[in-house]
Design a protein around this ligand. Structure first.
Ligand code: MN3
Length: 242
């Protein structure tokens, strides 16, 4: 064996050891708790929503954008542990109680955490169709599924800059289409989001570029209506947090 071949073999063997041990080190590093706020993994593979939302967009969106909100919150919690001691809905529902120095940061990062937690939950493969009580509410409050989706897409298209389009749900189960700028969430004014779509460019730009309308239309294929139905029941029972 030439010395070159031997070096290659040794390199390969070393590489094998590195590959074998790397995942364990990586897992320990990412699983180590760095604060009270944690990023839940997606409940489905990153490519499960293709072709409507591509895997790369999902990975960057969940692992980097959502993670950044978690990291920010854990940094705020170092000196202000009280922000982690109440449910997210209570903190966002009373931002005036958050120290002024971190209030805008908490509004943005906890709003972002709440919005994205909801967003990952209400999507999934094979999401079915609305039925039961939530379908009845869509019919009575939003003019039926077709009109609702058309109006929701139009509202999402009108968000100038970055923000969200939501269906809010009141305690008596009444639905309304509402938008919010930035990472604001309906919890900030005492309401709850039944569902919502992220119209920040990072949510769609890799695949749709400037075509937000196409993204809004395709996004309906990703909605998990079983989860939406469960959220509707929880909102009426007063148990829906984010
Ligand atoms: Mn986002």
């Amino acid at each position: 064996m030439s010395s070159l071949s031997r070096r290659r073999l040794m390199f390969a063997a070393t590489g094998l050891v590195a590959v074998a041990s790397a995942p364990r080190v990586f897992a320990q590093a990412t699983m180590a708790p760095t604060g009270p706020f944690k990023l839940d993994p997606l409940a489905y593979p990153a490519n499960a929503l293709e072709p409507h939302i591509d895997a790369k967009t999902m990975e960057i969106h969940h692992d980097r954008h959502h993670q950044a909100f978690i990291t920010n919150l854990n940094n705020f919690a170092k000196d202000n542990p009280q922000i982690a001691e109440k449910p997210v809905s209570e903190v966002l529902g009373n931002l005036g109680a958050v120290p002024e120095a971190i209030r805008t940061g908490v509004r943005n990062s906890m709003g972002g955490h709440a919005n994205h937690t909801m967003f990952w939950q209400i999507m999934g493969p094979n999401g079915g169709k609305p039925e039961g009580a939530v379908l009845a509410a869509i019919d009575s409050d939003l003019g039926g599924l077709e009109k609702f989706q058309t109006d929701f897409n139009a509202a999402g298209g009108r968000v100038f800059g970055s923000g969200w389009v939501f269906v809010t749900v009141s305690k008596d189960g009444k639905l309304a289409i509402e938008t919010r700028p930035n990472q604001d969430n309906p919890m900030m004014d005492g309401k709850r989001a039944l569902l919502g779509n992220d119209v920040w460019e990072h949510a769609y730009y890799l695949n749709y570029q400037n075509r937000r309308a196409d993204y809004l239309k395709a996004w309906w294929n990703t909605v998990n209506w079983k989860v939406v139905g469960e959220r509707y029941a929880a909102a009426k029972a007063g148990t829906l947090d984010v």
